[in-house]
Structures are given as C-alpha cells and as structure tokens.
Design a protein around this ligand. Structure first.
Ligand SMILES: [Zn+2]
Length: 169
C-alpha cells in the first residue's frame, strides 16, 4: 500500500529527476543530514549502526548515516531515517532518537515501525509514477537497469516491483 506521507512529500519537494535526490528532500524538510564519524567521541554510541534519526538538544531533526556502507545502502538508510521522522516515530518529548542496526532493514523484521520506515524508503526512492513511466511508457523492465536508474540495490527494486504486483514470475 502506498503511504500518503510519501506522496505528500514527493508532491511538495521532488523535482521529478531520477535518481531521487533524497538528501535534498531531507534538507527541504529542514532535517539535517550527517555522517557517523567514528573519530568523533560524541559518536561513540553509534558504532555498528547503519543510521539513526534523532532530535538534538536544540530541537533540530537530524539523520546520521554510516558513510562506510555502499552508496545505495546509504541512500536507503537516509530514506528510512527520513521515514522515522516523517511518520512520527521520532517526536519531541516522546521518542527523541531511533537507532538502526543493519538488521532493521531486513524486510522480515518484526518491528512494525521498522517495516513502515522500510516501505517509506522504498516508495520515496522508487516513486510509483516514475516506476510506471519506466515500465509502461519507456518499456524498461530489466531490474538491473531500473536499479541503476533509481540508484537502489537490485534487491530493493525487485521487492518494490513485487509489492506493486508488477512481477509475474
Ligand atoms: Zn529504523
């Protein structure tokens, strides 16, 4: 099911270019994007994480990504953490921080909010209208090619197409 939050954010902040510039969208939503830096003592607790979403002491929403991981991975992490912010999983006075170990991105994770953030990430990086354009207007259906165009992993593209019911195999 497509999340209304994704459509609203894309409608207001996406320039229709591919790949979706997820960092630009986060910036437009006034969310700061930073890298986990193992040499920064303040990041000591971030070791082993793929990413986290937090509201800092100044009330600023921030996303941290692990810059050691692959570019596709980082884009998905950023989109996932953006989901935690946009879907209310991180809220002032309630949940100030949400941390993600690599397993959080497993599609079988039992945590409902993690699954929702993963759906958010897939949908914002692979917008439904853009997928339809590629498949039905441009006739591009090769998963490898689509993954390259949207700058996501082939696995992520496979699951997106499968969830949309566009895979017949
Ligand atoms: Zn998460």
């Amino acid at each position: 099911m497509e999340l209304p939050a994704v459509k609203n954010i894309l409608d207001a902040n996406w320039d229709w270019r591919l790949p979706v510039n997820i960092e630009d969208i986060a910036t437009k939503l006034n969310i700061k994007v930073a890298s986990i830096n193992y040499f920064n003592p303040e990041h000591e607790n971030f070791k082993g994480l793929s990413g986290l979403a937090k509201i800092n002491d100044q009330g600023q929403r921030v996303i941290y990504c692990n810059s050691v991981e692959s570019l596709n991975r980082q884009r998905f992490t950023l989109a996932h953490e953006l989901g935690h912010h946009a879907l209310g999983h991180v809220e002032p006075g309630k949940h100030m921080q949400r941390v993600d170990v690599p397993a959080a991105f497993n599609s079988n994770t039992a945590d409902w909010e993690e699954r929702e953030a993963n759906n958010f990430a897939a949908q914002i990086l692979m917008p439904l209208d853009a997928i339809k354009t590629m498949l039905f207007a441009k006739g591009i259906s090769n998963i490898k090619e689509l993954a390259r165009i949207f700058q996501v992993s082939e696995a992520a593209m496979y699951y997106r197409l499968k969830n949309l019911g566009y895979l017949t195999l």
